[in-house]
Design a protein around this ligand. Structure first.
Ligand code: SF4
Ligand code: SF4
Ligand code: SF4
Length: 279
């Protein structure tokens, strides 16, 4: 029998003791306890990646560690905020924004964007970018997919789409291509998504933390209904976003043990094909 107590450790986050499951990461425990640590490359459905370096925290030895990779240990003491930590985070965030096409007002991700959340948390102002600003690389927007748009001028190279497509779905439609400043997310031979082996499941769109991957249908729902997808026998738990009795959004239920927030292409097409009756 599993002894639940033996499976737990106690750590301190900013002086507050919290219980944590052995094997969990510091970032996971912070999120669970409503402590915000800036991050862009973390996804609850993926293994730690440690790419964006925004989630740095200080441990009891005064060392800066990436909280998405650090596993909890009994007696660990974590500080999430200090001038030194924030100096590092601000530099990372400034470099990310320096080449980012900022058009938040018309961006479909406005108000749900993790880059906005990070910059606002760190208090980054436009004038902080003057010394860093470089030309935004002109990459044409890929509108070939019937369901979503890919605008790599807004990509922060967090790698989430690549890992979701490869590790979760096993499709391998996208990967990192080119080198250095030219690095970008590509398909095989850098073809438009429609000519790649992408199966349009939309998982990367749901997981992208910024406006680089957004659905073509971008109306915000006025309410959501929790239901079960009826396309096949798997029974994925989904939320249908409704507006004027039409489905304008579908998202997987992250709390569901059946699909853990994931969806397949059939659920994604619900937005175009169905109208809710008696809702
Ligand atoms: S991705 Fe985020 S920061 Fe960039 S334009 Fe869109 S809302 Fe603004
Ligand atoms: S829509 Fe699905 S298959 Fe296509 S690139 Fe994204 S995750 Fe991969
Ligand atoms: S397209 Fe989105 S998910 Fe993929 S690397 Fe860029 S920012 Fe990350």
């Amino acid at each position: 029998m599993i002894n639940i107590k033996e499976n737990m450790v106690t750590i301190k986050i900013d002086g507050e003791p919290v219980k944590a499951k052995k094997g969990a990461t510091v970032l996971e425990i912070a999120i669970k306890n409503d402590v915000y640590i800036p991050n862009l490359c973390h996804s609850s459905q993926l293994d730690p990646w440690g790419a964006c370096r925004l989630c740095m925290v200080e441990n009891q030895e005064g060392r800066l560690i990436t909280s998405c990779e650090a596993r909890v240990e009994d007696g660990m003491e974590i500080v999430t905020e200090s001038d030194e930590i924030n100096r590092g985070r601000i530099l990372v965030a400034q470099l990310l924004i320096a080449n980012h096409e900022m058009d938040c007002l018309t961006c479909a991700q406005d108000d749900h964007c993790q880059l906005q959340e990070v910059t606002s948390y760190l208090g980054i102002q436009k004038e902080h970018l003057n010394n860093l600003r470089r030309k935004v690389v002109e990459i044409p927007v890929d509108v070939s997919n019937p369901f979503f748009v890919r605008d790599l001028k807004k990509c922060v190279l967090c790698g989430i789409c690549v890992r979701v497509c490869n590790e979760v779905l096993g499709v391998n439609a996208v990967g990192f291509g080119f080198r250095g400043y030219e690095t970008k997310i590509t398909t095989f031979q850098d073809k438009p998504l429609l000519e790649s082996n992408c199966v349009s499941c939309g998982e990367c769109v749901v997981a992208c933390p910024v406006g680089a991957l957004v659905p073509k249908e971008t109306l915000s729902p006025s309410r959501e209904v929790k239901t079960v997808c009826s396309y096949c026998g798997v029974g994925c738990n989904i939320f249908l976003g409704l507006r004027d009795e039409k489905i304008v959004q579908v998202r997987g239920d992250p709390e569901s043990a059946v699909n853990e927030g994931n969806l397949c292409v059939r659920a994604v097409t619900l937005t175009d094909s169905l109208i809710i009756r008696n809702a």
